[in-house]
Structure formats: C-alpha cells, structure tokens
Design a protein around this ligand. Structure first.
Ligand SMILES: [Zn+2]
Length: 861
C-alpha cells in the first residue's frame, strides 16, 4: 500500500518535471547560466559575460505596473516583484484585510488586520523586509537620539535573494511568492487561546499547493494582492459551523496592500485624556516629563480650501460609498445618518466634510479596494457584530488613510445576534469579537437587543407597522452614526448617557430632534417613555454635544496651543463628560465610576433601571398573547422572553455598580468647573441601589414570570439540534445567572477593597454595614419560614460566595476586613437557619446551609 502510493508520488513528480521544464523559460535560462562557467572558462573571461536584461527575466510574465511593479508568470502563476533603487531604504505602509473568512477562525469579510510600517533594505545579494518600531520618539536635537535604536528589536519579516539586478537603472527583481503566499507580513491563523478546549475548531496547516494569488492590482500609490490561503488538516475533531464547507480544507481570502506613505506635511495631533480618540502610542525617550507622551490621535487630513474662512469646504472631503449590495429601502436612512456628522464638522470649521455616494451597480472596483471608503452590507452566517467600523492609519502620524464600515443584515432581523440567552453559544454559535486598536465594538448586538425590546413594547401597546418601522430606522441611524464615529477616530464614550434626566427623556417636545445622550459613541438603553402619549425618540437620530466637541478638538485647524487649550477647557461641561471602555464597568469588579456604564440611560441610572425593570415585568405578562400566532411555533415568543430577561438583568447590573462606586473627574488641576478627581458615591445613592437590588433582583418574588407562560417557552425543533442539550426552559438557571452576575460585582475583591479605602476619602457606606445589608436582602424575608425555589438557589449561592471569601485559594484575593465581614455574616446566617421552620423543602435547604457554613468554618485558617 505504502509502496504503491510512493510510486505514484514519484511518477507524479517525474511527470510534473517533464512537462514543466521545457515550457518554463525562466527556469531554462537560469539553468543555462548556471552551467555556463562550467562549459566555458578562458574565452568567456576575455569577453564580457552577456548581460541579462529585465525583459529576459520577465519574459512570459504579465506586468502589473504601479507603486510596486509585479510580474506574474502566465504559465505557472509565479510572481516576481520589481524594486526600484530609490525604493530601497524607504518606509512603506503595509495593511491587510480579510476578503472572506469564517468566523470560526476569527476572520470575516472586511475585518482589518495588520497595519504597520516596513522598510526594504539591502543586505549583500538579498533584500530584507523590516518592520519598523513606531513606539518611540527621540528629539533629533538631543544627543541621546544617536542611541535611538538601543534595545529596540526590529522585525525582519522576510529576506529574499536578488534574482536580477540592472546595473544601469539599479532595479532589482525578487521572487514574490514567499512574501505573499505565506504569513510573512502578518498572522492569519490565530494562535490557540490559553486553556482553549482541544475540541474547539482549529485551522490546519497552511497548504502551499492550494494557497494561491487571486488577483494583483497595482496603482500609483498602492499595490494590492488578493490571496486565498488554504489550511488543511488530515482529520478534524470539530468541523466548525455550517459556514465551513469542509473542516479539512478551509479558505481565507486576504487582501494585502503595500501603500506609499503620504509626504504631505500632515500635522499630528496629540491625545488628551479628556477626549476619546483612537491613538498610536508614542513615548518621548528624550523627555524628562512625568508624562512623556506623544500619542498621536487617529484622524483624517482635513484642510480648508480657504484657510481664512471661518467655514470652508475641505480640500479633500471624507467620501463614503454605499456598497451596491445595500437594500434600496435603507439607503436614504444610511446616507442621512452619515451626513449628520457634518453638523459636528461645521463647528470645526468645515462645510461638507463628509460626503456620501452610492456605488454604481456596474462599478469596476470592489469594496476591498482601499482607495474607496465603503459602507458595506452583508448577510453572513454567525456574524460577530451588527456593525464594525475600522480604519487604517499611518502609525508615524496617526493620519487615517482609509476606512470601511461593515454592516450585517442580521441587525435588521429578529434573529438574535448572540444566542446566549439559553447557554448555547459555545455549542452552536462561535462568538468572535473584533479588536481594533484596543477597541472591541459590539454596539450592533447591543442595539439589536434594544430594538427587539422596543418591538415587544410597541407590540404590547398595539402600535402600527409605521411606528414599528420608524423605531427600527432610528436604531439603524444610531448604529450608522456610531460606526462612522469610529471611522473618524472616535472611541467609545460610555459616560455620555448621563446627558438628560428621565423626565426630559420622557418629554416628546423637549427631546424632539435631540440626541438622547452626549454622544452616539455610547451603548445606551432604549428610551421608553412611561406615558405612551409623551413618547419621543427611541434612539438618537443625530450626533450629541460631546461628538460635536470631540470633532472640534480633533479637526479644528488651530494656530497655536492657546486655541487648543480653549477647546479643551470646555471638558468640564456636563454635556461633554467622557469615559471610555477602559473606564466602563460592564464587567464585575472592573473600573470604578458607575456613570461609565453600558445599557444605561439618563442622569438617574438607578431610577431609569427601575423603570426598565418595571416595563419588562409588565411586558412579560402580555407576551404570551402578543407573540402567539395561529399556525406558527413559539420560537418568536421564546426570543421575546429572552430579550425581556436580558434587559431585566442588564438593569440590575447598572444599579449594582453604585455600591462602592467612585466618581472620576479627569479635568486638569485648576480648570474651571473641575472637581476633585475622586468622589465616592453618596451613602444615599448606595443605599438606594441596595434597596432596588433587594426588591428587583433578590426578593422572593423578584422575577414575576407567569407560570403559565413557561409552558409555552418552546423553541421550534430543527433537525437534531436538541441533541446539544435538553430543550426544556431552564428558568431557575436563568434567574440564578442574572443574580450571580450582580453578586459577582457586589462581592468582588476590587469592590470590597475600594469600600474600605474610600472610607478614608468620603465613602459613608461602611463595609461591615454593607455586607450585613446584603445578607439581610438575601435572607431576612423568608428564612424563618418557607423559602421558595428561587431563593433557595440564591441563598446557597451566596453562602458559597462567603465561603469562598474565607477559605480556599480564592480567599487570598480579599482583604482582611472583607474576610471578617464574610465570617460575621456566615455566623449571622447560621443563627437564622438553626431554628429551622417551614415546609420539608425549606427545612432540607436550611440543613444544607448549616452544613455548608460549618464546613467553611473548619476550613478557615
Ligand atoms: Zn463601537
């Protein structure tokens, strides 16, 4: 068997050689040259050796002329790259994006890859492609700059032998296949995550036979290559989702771009902590300042046509193209949303800075062409987002050179983006995030959830199709503005939802035509007015005051630092407040300022959260009727239930962040309107949050899920999908999941550490008092009598949490005061469960608690 296959292989190799050799002229030529010195010696030395010319080297090749000139062998497809003499030692930008991928492997259409500067350098008879380090700055006037490269490792990405060199013109030619058919310029196959299951989907090895160049396009300022990388695996454990046709052979199409760096006198603008832009970090190594930062913000090169005019059109506007795959009925909404940003640019002195065109159906360019900024629309399997707006920049200056926005059709459907409501994410739908400049955007998924909540609300109130469509279009406008904001350089502002009071938001006349938050770069909750007749906008339909100001900071042509300082001095105005992803409290124990949060709305987050929870409860009572349609399954009902539960849990999370919270003010010292940097949340607000959590998250009747609804929470069977887990509605698991995520913050080591520390600077909610309040909220209502099944779950969970604080490996993360408080409360609970009363189930539960507490006491060291 083995021998047979080896023989076939040998035959195949022979056949390949025999066929190839006579037709491959380049190969034949090279061979004859190599043989030449052997065949002739003396006479050849007299005569100058015959000079090979460029046209001989590239005979039988198709030429692609541009910034870099490529040649492709018309028989074998092999590529050669021509490098001009003046290109050696020059800096170029390398950029890659995914043409088509599979989300299983963390790649998808339009996702941006590496963005870096490289130089082509000569080393004897080779050229090297060397990635440049852009993280450091040395003042050229400072002698230290002579040691500028000390201990900074360059990245030599590739080294290629010079195949041909023209003595007169100095052009050199190298083989280019190794540069582009391998992962030379950047990683495509991601490394396994630490602790990743061996069962998870994996790409195989890069197959050099199957990997091929699909297209070469060379323009004056950039050269692009489309390459299909094929990863093969002899056998696979996990063949991936339905999007993977054959897990053994997975294709990923990548666009590589080599780009000329603009030499245009663009002036970098430096980051300020009070405004949120994407940046490239640069440290000044010759500065003795406490903040030797020269971090450049990412922005477009906008210049006034008329520099003296207060308002001028830009020399080069930012032009967007709506991809011709966009549904016709949405094009107008999309266009208008993008153009809303012109309001912000007018404050920065620019008229018509942003323009929008529609890609003609017969356009001779596609969206992967980096010369066009495209608003793209796809409907792909398992989309990782509802929208995604990346850009690529010159890392030396921060100048944005191109951008795209990816939008997913799923956003406009009732298909849940993340089907995580029923714990099936891991099994069926790989969730992939998109990181860009340290930024992860899931606003599409977030807005889709809000939109579906809006649908449930409108349906319950008997709204017309017209109203429903209007609400959806508002959500789409907010999504578009948010993504465009990213492409202008703005990162998230999760503090912006503080702009208005609940009363202002619930006033149709007041809110008309206004943004609902200081910025569209937040993840706000939907605006639902308690009084339907006063209902105004559900979502923002224009940019907010912070957005306008941020564009002013990033784009206003300023003559001097004073002008810049005048813009920045406004940062203390309440409508311009800012806090980014690093400041937000979305994850338990993360960050400190409860105002910097997602899923919230208004300057009374606790009040608005209570309103959303009350609304969810009310809607929950009616969804069975509203979502049950004759002749249809209960799939839609199940989704509506999930959306309501999700909103309910989100609101609980928002309230929990006030416990132990500290407000942050990033104003500079002495700035008008500035307060001290850290101010703990008032006792009153912490208590208010605690009382609301007690009532809506922990109380015996906190989750008002009608029992006769549960009988109908049945997903529609699809093939054998229920093999992945039993289909029954797991209500207790869902409720406990929401309670657990709140408890995770309330008992997080960071939260408890901050409560102790902040007592020194203004916090009046003492840790011991707080912990006892929490215990009382979870036990006092029912521990002396009957304890229902939800509360039994919660109480065991809480006792286990306290146990984890005093014993076991995790306890080391807690300070001593927190551990003392945990011990005190375990004893408190023990006292309550000792005189056990109630029904059999309650007595069993209390015995369980007693045993857990006794065991944890034994383990305390
Ligand atoms: Zn975002």
């Amino acid at each position: 068997m083995m021998r047979t296959s080896q023989r076939y292989l040998l035959l195949a190799m022979l056949a390949f050689g025999v066929v190839l050799m006579p037709t491959d002229e380049a190969f034949a030529q090279k061979k004859s040259k190599k043989n030449a010195p052997v065949a002739t010696t003396a006479p050849a030395a007299e005569k100058k050796p015959e000079k090979k010319k460029l046209e001989d080297v590239v005979k039988g090749h198709k030429k692609f002329e541009g910034l870099f000139t490529f040649y492709q062998d018309t028989t074998s497809g092999e590529m050669k790259l021509l490098i001009k003499k003046e290109q050696l030692g020059n800096e170029y930008l390398y950029f890659s994006q995914i043409g088509d991928g599979v989300t299983d492997a963390g790649t998808f259409r339009g996702s941006y890859g590496d963005n870096k500067i490289f130089k082509i350098e000569r080393y004897f008879n080779r050229v090297e492609f060397v990635q440049q380090n852009t993280s450091f700055y040395f003042d050229p006037e400072n002698p230290l700059s002579r040691s500028a490269d000390a201990n900074i490792s360059p990245g030599i990405m590739a080294s290629a032998k010079i195949e041909f060199e023209d003595a007169e013109t100095g052009v050199i030619v190298i083989k280019a296949d190794n540069l582009f058919l391998k992962e030379t310029f950047g990683m495509i196959k991601r490394p396994p995550f630490p602790g990743e299951s061996p069962m998870s989907f994996k790409l195989g090895n890069l197959d050099s036979e199957k990997t091929k160049v699909l297209a070469i396009r060379s323009y004056e300022k950039n050269s692009d290559l489309a390459v299909e990388y094929v990863y093969t695996n002899p056998s696979v454990l996990n063949g991936g989702s339905d999007a993977v046709t054959d897990g053994r052979n997975v294709s990923i199409k990548v666009y590589h771009s080599l780009i000329e760096l603009p030499d245009n006198g663009y002036e970098p603008r430096f980051e300020d902590p009070r405004v949120g832009y994407f940046t490239t970090k640069v440290t000044d190594m010759t500065s003795s300042s406490a903040t030797p930062y020269r971090d450049v913000i990412h922005r477009w090169d906008l210049r006034k046509k008329d520099p003296n005019a207060a308002l001028s059109e830009p020399v080069e506007p930012i032009v967007w193209w709506i991809e011709n795959s966009t549904p016709h009925e949405w094009r107008e909404t999309i266009k208008n949303a993008v153009l809303e940003w012109n309001k912000a640019f007018e404050k920065a002195g620019f008229k018509n800075a942003v323009q929008v065109n529609i890609q003609p159906d017969d356009a001779d360019w596609d969206a992967g062409d980096i010369r066009y900024n495209v608003l793209r629309w796809t409907s792909s399997p398992n989309p990782p987002f509802g929208g995604y707006g990346p850009s690529f920049v010159n890392p030396r200056t921060g100048q944005i050179l191109g951008s795209d926005i990816m939008l997913e059709f799923v956003y406009h459907t009732n298909r849940v983006v993340y089907n995580e409501l029923f714990g099936e994410t891991a099994a069926n739908e790989p969730v992939v995030g998109t990181w860009h400049n340290g930024h992860f955007c899931t606003v599409g998924a977030h807005l889709q959830n809000s939109m579906m909540f809006g649908q449930a609300f409108l349906r319950a109130s008997g709204a017309s199709d017209y109203e429903m469509e209007g609400m959806k279009m508002e959500a789409m406008a907010e999504l578009l503005m948010h993504e465009v904001g990213h492409t202008l350089g703005l990162n998230h502002n999760m503090k912006a939802s503080q702009l208005f009071s609940p009363a202002q938001l619930a006033d149709k006349d007041f809110i008309q035509g206004k943004a609902l938050a200081g910025s569209v770069m937040d993840y706000m909750a939907i605006n639902i007015a308690p009084d339907k007749s006063k209902q105004g906008h559900y979502f923002s339909t224009t940019v907010g005051p912070y957005d306008v100001w941020a564009i002013e900071f990033g784009y206003t042509p300023v003559k001097n630092q004073q002008e810049m300082d005048a813009i920045l001095a406004k940062s203390t105005r309440p409508e311009l407040t800012f806090g980014n992803d690093a400041d937000d409290m979305r994850a338990p124990g993360k960050a400190i300022d409860p105002r910097v949060m997602i899923g919230d709305l208004s300057n009374d987050q606790i009040g608005y959260s209570i309103h959303m929870m009350e609304t969810s409860r009310k809607l929950m009572k009616g969804i069975k009727d509203k979502y049950t349609k004759d002749g249809q399954s209960y799939q839609e009902l199940v989704q509506a239930y999930g959306i309501l539960m999700n909103q309910y849990a989100t609101a609980g999370g928002v309230m929990s962040r006030f416990i132990g919270g500290v407000y942050v003010d990033r104003a500079m010292a002495g700035q008008e309107g500035a307060t001290q940097p850290y101010t703990p949340v008032s006792l009153q607000d912490q208590k208010r949050a605690m009382n609301a959590l007690s009532k809506y998250m922990f109380a015996p009747n906190a989750y008002e899920i009608p029992n006769d609804l549960i009988n109908y929470l049945a997903r529609q069977r699809r093939g054998f999908d229920f093999f992945s887990g039993p289909e029954d509605p797991k209500i207790h698991q869902q409720v406990l999941g929401a309670q657990r995520s709140v408890l995770a913050h309330l008992t997080h080591p960071n939260t408890l550490q901050r409560m102790v520390d902040s007592e020194l600077y203004g916090n009046k909610y003492n840790l011991a008092t707080y912990m006892n309040d929490l215990t009382k909220a979870i036990f006092d209502a029912d521990i002396s009598g009957n304890v229902n099944s939800f509360r039994q779950n919660l109480q065991v969970e809480y006792v286990n949490t306290l146990k984890g604080m005093v014993a076991g490996t995790g306890s080391a993360r807690y300070n001593h005061l927190a551990r003392s408080a945990a011990l005190y409360n375990l004893n408190y609970i023990k006292g309550k469960v000792s005189n056990a009363g109630g029904d059999l189930s309650s007595r069993a539960h209390k015995d369980h608690l007693k045993l857990l507490i006794e065991n944890s006491m034994k383990e305390v060291k």
